[in-house]
Design a protein around this ligand. Structure first.
Ligand code: ATP
Length: 677
């Protein structure tokens, strides 16, 4: 607060008003953030810097924020750097004239490729002083790296990285002391870390959003010669969080905020077709009684929990004057009298996977329905038996460039929520109202489009019977949702207590399966010698940006699955664990091979226990001695989760929450902890 209210003087003499933000200035801020683990200090550094950008070069606010959150564009734009460790090492070698083997050796010793780059650059004689990097310049070249295609794309990517590295300052103190202050405010270090996809600053995206809001409020107050009030700071934060959850696109929000001010942002940045919002998520439960406790005295509704793939369908009719948001135009398709797009749980474009759904869309959209955003589950459908098929069948569908005439696995879309209708966001209406609007706006078409089956009784016996019915209908269990009142509004991106999931399989277990990242593997024994026989898995700690190990797993794999996994994983083997892997250092606990963090697997477990061998939830205070992490007992592989990225794996906090719940099964009647914001 004190920093926000003080008058800011910026410490970068080379940065003149209206001129591009020097990349060095951003790295200076990163470095300050890196040296603390206190959230308030991190926020103060972050917002102070953003205020300077707002004041001196507001045009650069967008690339600055993007580089802070380690992104190049909104998720739905599908822009990825597409480079691995070996490409970065190659570029470091070629830039600095050092051999690949020396670089590999350094990496073994130092562990952090960013610091290897610093060391390599420092040992290189500088012939001339390169033109300083700017934030917008770095963003532009990173975009070039992400979008280059065609022949020789890999070498072109290396060339772009070289361009960045050779212009980067090693260390603004003039010398590269990589042992001190975590390597200092080096441009080379942060560039390489960005390329690796992890800045490792402990700067979560949510912290950047809050800092951005605070900076903006302070900036607007400063323009009026005032200091911001605490009430205004809180209001600004609320506005930006809400706007971002409904319209997760800095590309749209930041220019609007600079132009119209933060307090007017809601009017200019509303949920809109074409920009996928982050879906609302549910909390796990393991008994119907837990559901009844949670919703005591409130009305709720139960729906079948279909086992397919989440699909957010966006549509705008051409005669409305509305348009599917420009930036998503790559994902949209013309359908009937309108334009539509389908997005995954991850905001990725699914339009190329489901052209059959898009083709049929006009048959289930009623004439008066001119624009909408519909939350659905796409489920494999048995056309002859007229019933739902298991998730495994859906997985056999081709993912890209599907042609309608070639589709073998038919899908039926089950709609369960409506978020936008005829030009208006309706997320704040109650679920009962949204559901009524949804029933009026669409019509079921057998085997192609249906509304999720629901039941509104609040009686334990009825819920039990409905759960059994759902399982007979090949569903995973139930979703139980608050039906009326403010709390029943749709909460984008939130794992909310207002949506609970009951999975039949887990009623006697820990309440839910986990989605974990594969970090390493052990060679098989006996008939599994030519493949990996067991794997080391981890959950994700978004605050520390680390993967914390949680179990070894060797059960639940068929021989053919093991072969397939061996092929996939062999391609991402790395020499040593990444510095952001948190695992026991005891020699006998090390896997035979390590991998890049890429694949997420769904895993079921009997229960959770504490173990000195694993690190999951180490910082969540579950072990009073602070030495043990949480581990899974009898873990079993269920499936590969193609729709989740590694940083969307189950978080350490969720694992800790599961552990705590299990420890106090009957005792815990109180509300579960919200893990958002
Ligand atoms: P999470 O999203 O909670 O991390 P997850 O992706 O593994 O976990 P589940 O635990 O299976 O998902 O539960 C939520 C998912 O269930 C939703 O994302 C959605 O795809 C699916 N689903 C199926 N039926 C419904 C329904 N009626 N209402 C809401 N979601 C449903």
């Amino acid at each position: 607060q004190a920093t926000l209210k003080s008058n800011v003087k910026h410490p970068y003499p080379d940065w003149k008003e209206g001129e591009p933000v020097p990349y060095a200035a951003l790295c200076q801020t990163f470095s300050l953030i890196e040296l603390t683990s206190k959230r308030l200090e991190i926020m103060a550094h972050c917002s102070l810097f953003l205020r300077q950008v707002m004041r001196l070069t507001p045009d650069d606010l967008l690339p600055t924020v993007l580089l802070m959150v380690n992104k190049l564009a909104p998720d739905y734009a599908g822009i990825e750097l597409g480079i691995g460790e070996s490409l970065i090492m190659k570029a470091i070698g070629e830039t600095t004239g050092r051999s690949l083997s020396v670089i590999k050796q350094d990496q073994k010793e130092i562990g952090d490729l960013g610091l290897v780059a610093v060391k390599s650059r420092a040992t290189q004689p500088t012939m001339f002083k390169p033109k300083p990097l700017t934030v917008r310049g770095v963003h532009k070249i990173l975009m070039d790296i992400a979008t280059v295609t065609g022949n020789g794309a890999q070498q072109k990517k290396v060339d772009f990285i070289k361009k960045l590295l050779s212009a980067s300052d090693v260390n603004m103190k003039g010398k590269a002391d990589i042992t001190k202050d975590k390597g200092g405010p080096s441009e080379a270090k942060f560039l390489v870390r960005f390329l690796e996809g992890k800045l490792r600053l402990g700067l979560a995206e949510k912290t950047v959003i809050v800092s951005l809001a605070q900076a903006m409020v302070a900036h607007e107050a400063w323009k009026k010669g005032k200091v911001p009030s605490t009430a205004d700071l809180e209001k600004g934060e609320q506005i930006l969080k809400q706007v971002y959850s409904e319209l997760p696109s800095y590309d749209v929000i930041i220019p609007a905020m600079v132009k119209h001010g933060i307090f007017n942002l809601r009017e200019h940045c509303k949920l809109r077709p074409g920009v996928p919002l982050k879906p609302m998520l549910a909390k796990p439960t393991k008994a119907i009684t837990e559901v009844l406790d949670r919703f005591e005295g409130q009305t709720f509704t139960c729906e079948y929990k279909y086992d397919g793939e989440r699909a957010q369908i966006h549509y705008v009719a051409k005669d409305t004057g509305e348009a599917l948001s420009q930036s998503a135009s790559g994902a949209s398709k013309e359908v009937g009298k309108g334009v539509a797009a389908i997005f995954s749980r991850n905001s990725e474009d699914l339009s190329k996977k489901y052209p059959d759904v898009l083709a049929k869309l006009p048959t289930w959209v009623k004439e008066d329905t001119k624009s909408f955003v519909l939350d659905c589950e796409s489920v494999a459908w048995d056309v002859n038996e007229k019933k739902v098929l298991p998730f495994q069948t859906l997985m056999t569908r081709k993912k890209k460039d599907v042609k309608v005439e070639d589709v073998k696995v038919k899908v039926c879309v089950f709609a369960f929520d409506l978020l936008y209708l005829n030009g208006e966001a309706i997320v704040h209406k109650s679920l009962r109202e949204r559901r009524e609007l949804m029933y009026k706006a669409f019509q079921p078409v057998e085997g192609e489009f249906a509304f999720a089956t629901h039941m509104n009784s609040q009686e334990l016996e009825d819920i039990q019977a409905f759960l059994d019915e759902s399982v007979k209908a090949s569903c995973e269990g139930l979703m139980v949702k608050m039906l009326d009142g403010e709390e029943s509004g749709y909460e984008p991106s939130k794992r909310s207590r207002n949506w609970l999931k009951i999975k039949k399989d887990y009623l006697s277990g820990v309440g839910d399966s986990l989605d974990l990242v594969v970090l390493g593997a052990y060679y098989g024994k006996g008939k599994r010698t030519s493949v990996y026989g067991a794997f080391l898995l981890a959950c994700y700690n978004p605050i520390k940006e680390t993967y914390e190990t949680v179990c070894n797993i060797g059960t639940g794999f068929s021989d053919s699955v093991l072969e397939e996994l061996y092929k996939q994983l062999s391609e991402i083997v790395i020499d040593r664990p990444k510095p952001f892997y948190s695992h026991s250092s005891t020699a006998q606990h090390q896997p035979d091979v390590w991998f890049e963090p890429r694949y997420v697997w769904e895993v079921k477990t009997a229960d959770l226990t504490l173990s000195p061998r694993y690190k999951a939830g180490m910082y969540e205070g579950v072990d009073p001695s602070g030495e043990k992490g949480i581990s899974l007992r009898f873990p079993r592989f269920i499936k590969v989760r193609d729709d989740k990225k590694p940083d969307e794996a189950t978080s350490s906090r969720q694992v800790a929450e599961m552990y705590r719940k299990q420890e106090s099964v009957a005792k815990s009647k109180g509300p579960a902890v919200d893990d958002d914001w």
